[in-house]
Design a protein around this ligand. Structure first.
Ligand SMILES: CC(C)(COP(=O)(O)OP(=O)(O)OC[C@H]1O[C@@H](n2cnc3c(N)ncnc32)[C@H](O)[C@@H]1OP(=O)(O)O)[C@@H](O)C(=O)NCCC(=O)NCCS
Length: 188
């Protein structure tokens, strides 16, 4: 299911090829570097190690291979561009973390990672859930386009600023526009 660098991204002028592979422990230094660039309250190394240690989860990395040195001075070679962490709790898949490095945002990489997640889970009836900051309009837009629907609020979920989390689900019903198979939907 992973790809041997077949597809191209064009962002900073230099074509880069993308491959999606399982995330592994040696990737974590590059994961942490992106995590610290894109999140106000980044996960710690221990949090990533814990998620990777779970046998039932799906953790993915999107690698770019720049065929030549980029105009930003970056050397040719492989660089981590994005990652996704998803855990399984009973019958529900919980998307715990998804991030795309700043220079690779708005190129469809998050959608590519989610597509790979759905493919690896491999069940048409699978249910996915996640929490997202109410102010994160870009992520909410992405998730809605992916068939997620808001189904509740967790008040003051984020400790750094007391922001509420929107709880979103992607289920067979939400993909048809209803919340009928979402457990305990609440007002949003
Ligand atoms: C949210 C995030 C994962 C989206 O990744 P991405 O690869 O840029 O997403 P995509 O390219 O698939 O684009 C998703 C949609 O958001 C839109 N979008 C992406 N970045 C945007 C921006 N800065 N401003 C406005 N819209 C934006 C895209 O236009 C696209 O919608 P469209 O195709 O209908 O036009 C990425 O922005 C990111 O890593 N953000 C910081 C970390 C984060 O917030 N993670 C989610 C935590 S719940």
């Amino acid at each position: 299911m992973s790809e041997p660098f077949p597809s191209q991204l064009h962002g900073d002028g230099a074509a880069a090829e993308i491959a999606i592979r399982p995330l592994v422990y040696p990737d974590l230094p590059e994961v942490l570097a992106i995590e610290r660039r894109v999140f106000p309250t980044p996960w710690s190394l221990a949090m990533f190690v814990l998620e990777l240690s779970k046998q039932t989860g799906v953790c993915l990395a999107a690698w770019e291979r720049a065929p030549r040195d980029g105009p930003d001075g970056a050397a040719a070679g492989e660089r981590l561009a994005a990652y996704l962490i998803c855990s399984r709790y009973d019958t529900v898949w919980h998307v715990m973390n998804i991030a795309v490095d700043l220079r690779r945002q708005r190129m469809g990489l998050a959608s590519r990672l989610l597509a790979e997640l759905y493919a690896r889970v491999g069940e048409e009836e699978a249910r996915f859930t996640l929490e997202v900051r109410r102010s994160n309009a870009v992520a909410i837009h992405l998730y809605e386009r992916e068939g997620f629907r808001a189904a509740g609020i967790r008040r003051r979920y984020y400790q750094d600023n007391g922001e509420d989390a929107l709880v979103m689900w992607r289920t067979p019903a939400t993909r048809r526009g209803s919340l009928s198979d979402v457990p305990n939907p609440g007002p949003v």
